[in-house]
Every structure is written in C-alpha cells, then in structure tokens.
Design a protein around this ligand. Structure first.
Ligand code: HEC
Ligand code: HEC
Ligand code: HEC
Ligand code: HEC
Ligand code: HEC
Length: 476
C-alpha cells in the first residue's frame, strides 16, 4: 500500500466518516465564518480604513472573533471524538469506512479546499493571537477600553511617562511576570464583565517590584544631586495674592567617589515596613538594614500596635507612586492653572471661588460644566457687575478650565474623588515622607527617623520671604 493510500484508508476516510456530525459541522461553520470576517477586517485595516483607533473594535478583533474561531476549531475534533465514542458504544463502527471516490471531481476539490482552509486557519490563528496579545499591551486597551481605568487613562497622557506603555510598570519582566499579569488581568476582566470590580481600584501589592519595571530604564543610584524646586501658590483674598516657595532638594545618589548621599542614597539600603492600611498611608513599623548587616527597627510610638501586617520592602514606588497617573488636590490644580494663565489671576476672588466650585459635587462632567459656568456667572454678575460686563470671555475661560480640572480628577462612577489617590512625594498635601519622618518613629535606643527639614532640603524662601533671592534667580 502506498503512503497516500494508507493515509486515505486509516486517516482521511475515518475523519470524514466521523466528522459527519452536527457538532463538527457547526465548528466548521463558526471557524470559516469568523475567519472570513477577520480576513475582511485585516484587509480593510491594511488599507488604512480599519478604524483601529476605536478600542472596542480592538476587543472584537483581538478577542471576540479569535475566540469564536478557536471555539469552532475545537468543536471539530470534539464532534469527531463524540461520534466515534457513540458509535463504539452502539457497536456500529464499520470495519471498512465508506470509500472516498477521488475520481469524483467534486469530492476532490472538497478535500483540497479543506486542506487549504486548515493551513490558512493556522496562519490566521497565529496572527490573531499575536495581535490580541499585542493589543492587550497598548494603553488603548488598558486606559480607554476598560472604563474602570478611566481615571488612570485620563491622568496618564500629561506626565513624563506617557511614552511608557501601562505594562512597562504593571507587568514584571520575564515569563513569570507575564503569566502572573495575564492570570490577574483575566480575573480582573471577568470581574469587570460581571460588574464586580472594586471602586476605587487599589493595586499597591499587585504591582511588580521596581527592580522589574522602573529599573529597566532607570539606575537606582544615578547621581542626581541637588534640585531647586519653586512652588507658586495663590491666596484666597480678593487679589489672589501670589506667593512662592523655593527649596533645594537633596536628591543625591552615588557620587563620583562612590559615596551614597541624599534622599535616594538614604533609602538604597534595605528598608522594610508594615502599614495598617492598603494604601500604605499609616506606617507603624520600619526596619533598615545597614551596609554592615546590622538592623535598626523603628516603631511609631503614638500607635501602640503590635508588629502585625504584611511586611513590604520599600522601593521607588513608595515615594514615586504617582509617576504615570497623578491626580491633583483642588488647590494644586487651581494654582497650576492660574500660574499658566488658563484661569486669570486678575479676576477678584477667583482662587477662593474656584476651589469651592471644584470641591462641590456634580453627577457627571456635563453637569460640572454647566453648573460651574452658571455659578461663576452668578458670582461675578452679582458682586462685580462692571467686570462681568467687560470680562465675560475671561470668566467663561476660567469656568471651562475648572470643568476640565474637575473631570480630570473626579470620576463618580469609580468613586474616585479629590484625595482618593494620595501622592507620596513630599509632605504638604498628603502624609508622604512624614509617614515615617514625623519624629515619632523611634528605635529601642531612642534614635528617631530624622524629621529635620534640612536633611531633605534647605528651605531657601518660604512664602515670598526672600524676594531678593527670587530676583537673583530670575524668578519674576
Ligand atoms: C511609570 C510607571 C507606570 C505606568 C506607565 C503606568 N502606571 Fe499605573 N501605577 C503605577 C504605580 C507606581 C501605581 C501604584 C500607585 C500607588 O500605589 O499609589 C499604579 C497604580 C495603578 C492603578 C491602581 C489605582 C491607582 O491609580 O493607584 C491602576 C488602575 C493603574 N495604575 C492603571 C494604569 C493604566 C491604565 C496605565 C496606562 C494608561 C498605567 N497605569 C500606566 C505606575 C505606572
Ligand atoms: C520604559 C522606560 C521607563 C520605565 C519602565 C520607567 N521610566 Fe521613569 N522615565 C523614563 C524616561 C525616558 C523619563 C524621562 C522623561 C522626560 O524627561 O520627559 C523618565 C522620567 C522619570 C522621572 C522624572 C520625571 C517625573 O515625572 O518626575 C521619575 C521620577 C521617574 N521616571 C521614575 C520612574 C519610576 C518610579 C518608575 C517605575 C514605577 C519608572 N520611572 C519607570 C523611562 C522609564
Ligand atoms: C525616599 C523617597 C524616594 C525613593 C525611594 C526614590 N526616590 Fe526618586 N526622587 C525622590 C525625590 C524627593 C525626588 C525629587 C523630586 C522633585 O524633583 O520634585 C526624586 C527624583 C527622582 C528622579 C528625577 C531626577 C531628575 O533629574 O529630575 C528620578 C528619575 C527618580 N527620582 C527615580 C527614582 C528611582 C528609579 C527610584 C528607585 C530606585 C527612586 N527614584 C526612589 C524621592 C525618592
Ligand atoms: C517607609 C518609611 C520611610 C518613608 C516613607 C520615607 N523614608 Fe526617608 N528614611 C527612612 C529610614 C528608615 C531612614 C534611615 C533612618 C534615618 O537616617 O533617619 C531614612 C532616611 C532618610 C534620609 C537620610 C536622613 C539622614 O539623617 O541622613 C533622607 C534625606 C530621607 N530619608 C528622605 C526621605 C524623603 C524625602 C521621603 C519622602 C519622599 C522619605 N524619606 C520617605 C524611612 C522612610
Ligand atoms: C523627609 C524629608 C523631608 C523633611 C524632613 C521635610 N521636607 Fe519639606 N519637602 C520634602 C520633599 C520631598 C518636598 C518636595 C515635594 C515635591 O517634589 O513636590 C518638600 C517640599 C517642601 C516645600 C515646598 C512646598 C510644596 O508644596 O512643594 C516646603 C515649603 C517644605 N517642604 C517645607 C518644609 C519644612 C519647613 C520642613 C521642616 C519642618 C520640611 N519641609 C521637612 C521633604 C521633606
């Protein structure tokens, strides 16, 4: 018997025989139908009309159709196995399978089509899988499709890392990190589909360690040295008095001689801590392992709690927790917009009014837009009618800016509002550094984690106190 004959006798004929069942036929139909739709989409996409900007199309193309396709492909052998089992149970397996009449041109072409379709199907499945996986890594998928991540997706484009895909920080390196993320991600996707996701979302402990993310691009001990930081704030008085503060931050790092110093240098040793809350805002135990291996433990003397809880190794994200998607406080948001002129500091009491308007509650961005505009109009119309007469465009500009600020920071459907996501870098708006550096975290020998201003920064000017210094630096 030739190889082809043997193949025909013991494979092709049985497959065709057992394949003649409803399940396999449905499978074949599903596979072919989704294949044709996919090919259609890919062709349209390749010629630039794919509308692939639309994240929902991405879900259909990346997941739904390939899933149908795969389901169909699985149903075919399942049907074959089921029919085989059923016939065997009934003792009806033929000793000789019905002849395949290759002389019948219709049948021969049928076989050719099946073989060709199988080949095309495998190529297609590979492409679809690749595209699906690649799509899952885009910020469109994470930040736009998945509405529960709207807060992060909205905040993200503004910051230094807007070129870094979400997975750059949310998926650890290597196969382990990838699988971990996909398993977690699938669970989360199911939660979203079942409408049972947490609101607001908190990740902290699901985040891979910085060594697998940040350190792919940054060096932990890079020398940064001192940095000048100017912060501008406006007061709540009629003139919106502007004040500036100037600090020289000692970021440090490893210098030319190899010595570690400053803020970065101080935490490069191994520091672990235990917090009482999932956002790590209340820290009651800290331990630092020094270069010589000795360990100094600090406990919060105000919080008489035993050392219970999960121990976490401090890394970059304990300070830089808002590097990619940062939310403002109403004060910071207004100050920044006033400094940029998007909210004119010339408008009397605009600082005070703006903050009150941002802190009020609105049901949706549209509601915020109309109500903020109406309130601001009412305020100037009744208190400063002359100004309202001649400055309407400026007031309208301020109102629309405020509506934008609100919609970038408040997401009622996710229960995200001002202050939901604290920023740990600093100590003025949130506890930040003071979670540990508050003078009340002490060691057994009475040493405390330092809270002296100058270990972190020298305060050069506070509240415009040193105008000549500001002038020397060319600050207007
Ligand atoms: C440069 C690193 C980085 C990138 C890029 C990044 N994230 Fe994050 N993300 C973080 C860190 C760090 C946290 C932990 C925040 C914390 O603990 O306070 C976080 C937390 C989150 C959380 C939990 C809720 C919250 O805001 O704390 C969500 C959801 C999230 N990120 C979504 C996204 C999405 C969507 C993208 C892409 C559009 C993205 N992230 C890109 C670093 C990043
Ligand atoms: C894929 C590479 C990449 C990853 C991953 C990455 N960064 Fe960055 N980061 C950059 C680049 C590039 C810049 C400079 C951007 C610029 O100057 O516009 C930057 C800037 C920064 C800055 C200074 C600008 C700012 O926003 O304050 C900080 C701080 C920072 N990164 C911290 C982190 C931390 C913490 C992580 C991990 C959670 C991280 N980065 C992950 C590439 C990366
Ligand atoms: C103890 C808190 C803390 C930790 C931990 C920390 N940083 Fe920073 N880092 C700071 C502060 C504070 C600044 C200065 C911020 C500013 O300019 O406002 C800074 C600045 C930076 C900058 C900006 C430098 C520049 O030239 O503008 C980068 C990049 C950075 N850190 C990366 C990292 C990385 C990567 C890690 C983890 C290995 C890390 N940091 C760990 C507190 C920290
Ligand atoms: C989880 C606790 C923790 C947090 C949060 C933390 N630190 Fe520290 N830090 C320590 C410990 C522990 C030490 C070592 C003890 C010491 O030197 O006082 C230290 C040391 C330092 C030192 C060196 C002090 C010295 O006397 O030389 C500086 C500077 C510093 N931290 C700055 C910061 C800044 C800035 C932040 C916030 C962006 C911050 N730290 C957040 C735990 C923390
Ligand atoms: C553990 C370190 C640490 C200590 C101690 C500390 N600061 Fe700061 N401070 C910071 C950091 C980090 C920032 C910068 C935050 C940022 O980049 O936005 C900051 C910012 C500031 C600012 C700028 C205002 C702003 O909103 O950015 C002022 C003013 C200030 N600190 C005053 C003080 C004074 C006064 C003390 C002493 C009573 C003090 N700090 C102690 C770490 C510290």
């Amino acid at each position: 018997m030739s190889t082809f004959q043997r193949f025909r006798e013991s494979w092709l004929r049985p497959i065709l025989f057992f394949g003649n069942n409803l399940l396999s036929l449905i499978g074949g139909a599903l596979t072919s139908a989704s294949a044709f739709v996919l090919i259609g989409f890919y062709l349209v996409d390749a010629f630039g009309h794919g509308g692939s900007r639309n994240p929902y199309l991405g879900i259909i193309l990346g997941f739904f159709l390939p899933a149908l396709f795969l389901l169909g492909l699985l149903l075919i052998p399942l049907g074959i196995l089921a029919r085989h089992a059923a016939l065997r149970r009934a003792g009806k397996i033929p000793s000789v399978y019905p002849r395949i009449n290759l002389a019948d041109p219709l049948f021969r072409h049928g076989i050719e089509v099946v073989l060709l379709a199988t080949f095309v199907n495998f190529v297609l499945l590979g492409t679809a899988t690749y595209r699906g996986v690649a799509y899952m890594d885009t910020k469109d998928f994470c930040g736009a499709t998945c509405h529960v991540m709207a807060p992060e997706g909205t905040a993200y484009p503004v910051f230094a890392h807007s070129g870094v895909p979400c997975v750059g920080c949310h998926v650890g390196s290597g196969v382990g990190g990838y699988i971990h993320a996909k398993v977690n991600g699938t669970r989360q996707l199911i939660d979203v589909l079942r409408n049972r996701y947490p609101a607001p979302i908190l990740t902290n402990d699901l985040l891979p360690s910085a060594s697998q993310t940040c350190l792919n691009c940054h060096r932990a001990d890079a020398w940064i040295g001192d940095k000048i930081r100017i912060s501008t704030t406006f007061d709540d008085d009629e003139k919106n008095t502007r004040t500036r503060s100037l600090i020289l931050l000692h970021v440090g790092g490893r210098d030319l001689t190899g010595k570690l110093s400053g803020i970065h240098g101080a935490h490069l040793g191994h520091i672990v801590y235990i917090s009482t809350d999932t956002r790590h805002q209340i820290i009651h135990y800290v331990a630092k392992t020094e270069a010589d291996g000795s360990v100094v433990e600090y406990t919060d003397t105000n919080l008489k709690q035993a050392r219970v809880g999960v121990q976490r190794a401090m890394d970059c994200t304990d300070c830089h927790n808002r590097v990619a998607h940062s939310f403002d406080t109403p004060e910071k948001a207004v100050d920044r917009s006033m400094l940029a002129g998007a909210i004119s500091p010339e408008l009397p009491f605009i600082h005070k009014e703006s903050i009150a308007l941002l802190k009020a509650s609105y049901g949706s961005p549209e509601q915020a837009r109309t109500q903020i505009a109406a309130s601001l109009k009412r305020f100037y119309q009744s208190n400063y009618p002359d100004l309202w007469q001649k400055d309407q465009p400026r007031i309208a500009e301020a109102a629309s800016r405020l509506a934008v600020l609100w919609s970038q920071n408040v997401f009622p459907f996710m229960k995200v509002t001002w202050g939901t996501y604290p920023n740990n870098l600093g100590h003025n708006d949130y506890p930040g550094c003071s979670r540990c550096h508050d003078g009340s975290h002490n060691s057994a020998s009475g040493q405390s984690i330092s809270s002296d201003c100058s270990v972190c920064h020298n305060v050069l000017t506070i509240d415009d106190s040193n105008r000549s210094q500001l002038a020397d630096l060319g600050v207007q």
